[in-house]
Design a protein around this ligand. Structure first.
Ligand code: NAD
Ligand code: MG
Length: 401
């Protein structure tokens, strides 16, 4: 009987995980039971997931919503709890397979706890790998836990890599759709609104990652994520603009062979692969029809349109605490963009200025070893990024939104 927990069960990846787990349990009721489901603020969705999966416990991050959660779960047999501490306690409940689909650095602590119990961690939360990749891998190695990538590109690479050692790899190619603004004239990018960035051509995802796709901060994070997960040198990681989002990523090997993972853009591929691994089982995804597609295109991304790619290279060259600073600065910049306080094109400058300032003081020299180390760099980077936001506003003459 496999014990399953889903962190971030109310989000885009989380609710697709709930659907797949529910279908798996319906097919084979005695093979799995659900321990914990957690959500941020959406009580109705969390309660539905908990009832559908007959979870032992449901935890809502926002403590003020505990009475609502209790009411929504009345008579269900699922325990209700709330707050950050309760999410960590839920992560301490033994589970064999844990989905990490909280967005942001808040996903790191529950992931570390799960790995500390030797769980298999299906990792959608890329921020934890970017901020603390070495720590997560060390935790997994020490306690017999395992990380299975759920980000579609990394799932693709994991599958293409098979059992080959990293020494056999010549290059990892991450594909990028280019996001909602890929065909906008460069001079208009500064005026892009949040609504403009949300019109993703291929993928349906949560709000933050969709904006990050338009800026390619998502791809930038994924470059660092790939470096941490697969141990490949930064110079061997490249990004290619692939408008159709059919090739999810590629591995070029030393012998000249390149293996790619293809499929329709549907996260249930990667979530389902991690859920069923090491087996491959049927998934409710549309088959790939290559002749209907006709052709697939690949382009070099324009470094002026997508400065985030260069910033990821800078962070990878710095290493140490640069990933944690990169994530935190990007979150601050994104928060301000979402709130209307800064323009779309200002985000990259804020992340760059934060990295430069912190690197200049030596604050990023050491890789974080403990969760507190990560949170310390995160806090410092948020302060510096806040200063960079104010400086950027002063330069562009904008007022707080
Ligand atoms: P989302 O915003 O749709 O969902 C995020 C989940 O985290 C929700 O359940 C939310 O309630 C919860 N949450 C948010 N803040 C929290 C906090 N402080 N404490 C506890 N819970 C909190 O996001 P998403 O698009 O599902 O993405 C989740 C993660 O997966 C992100 O790291 C994202 O980069 C990654 N990812 C997503 C996709 C996708 O298709 N959506 C693809 C690849 C990777
Ligand atoms: Mg991805």
């Amino acid at each position: 009987m496999r014990r399953i927990s889903i962190f971030g069960a109310t989000g885009s990846v989380g609710s697709q995980t709930v659907d797949l787990v529910r279908a798996a349990i319906a097919t084979a009721p005695d093979t799995a039971r659900v321990v914990a489901v957690t959500g941020g603020r959406n009580v109705a969705r969390l309660a539905r997931a908990a009832r559908d999966l007959r979870a032992e416990i449901a935890v809502i991050a926002d403590s003020a919503r505990l009475p609502d959660l209790r009411a929504a779960l009345a008579g269900s047999g699922t325990e209700a709890a709330a707050g950050e501490g309760a999410i960590l306690e839920a992560a301490d409940r033994p589970a064999d397979w844990v989905m990490s689909a909280i967005v942001g650095v808040a996903g790191l602590a529950p992931g570390l706890r799960a790995l500390g119990h030797g769980a298999t961690l299906a990792l959608a939360n890329k921020e934890s790998l970017v901020s603390a990749g070495e720590m997560l891998l060390a935790r997994a190695a020490r306690h017999g836990g395992r990380i299975l990538p759920v980000d579609s590109e990394h799932s693709a690479i994991f599958q293409a890599l098979g059992s080959e050692p990293v020494e056999a790899v010549a290059r990892l190619t991450l594909t990028a759709s280019g996001g909602a603004l890929r065909d906008w004239p460069l001079e208009r990018l500064a005026q892009a609104t949040v609504a403009d960035t949300m019109r993703h051509p291929n993928w349906s995802m949560g709000q933050r990652i969709t904006v990050d796709s338009a800026s390619m901060f998502n791809k930038a994070m994924e470059m660092i994520e790939a470096r941490e997960l697969f141990g490949v040198a930064p110079g061997r990681i490249e990004v290619v603009l692939h408008r159709e989002s059919i090739v999810h990523s590629l591995v070029a090997f030393r012998d000249g062979a390149t293996l790619a993972h293809l499929g329709v853009p549907d996260m249930r591929h990667a979530i389902g692969f991690a859920l069923n691994w090491p087996e491959r089982r049927a998934l409710p995804v549309a088959p790939l029809d290559l002749t209907a597609l006709g052709r697939l295109t690949f382009e070099t991304p324009d470094p002026v349109r997508y400065p985030a790619i260069g910033l990821a290279r800078e962070a990878m060259a710095l290493r140490g605490g640069a990933g944690a600073a990169f994530t935190a600065a990007k979150e601050v910049a994104l928060d301000h963009f979402l709130a209307g306080g800064i323009g779309f094109s200002e985000m990259a400058g804020i992340v760059g200025a934060t990295l430069d300032r912190l690197a200049g003081t030596g604050a990023l020299n050491d890789a974080p070893v403990t969760l507190d180390d990560v949170l310390a760099i995160d806090g410092l980077a948020r302060v510096r990024a806040g200063e960079a936001v104010r400086a950027s506003r002063a330069r562009t003459g904008q007022r707080a939104g």
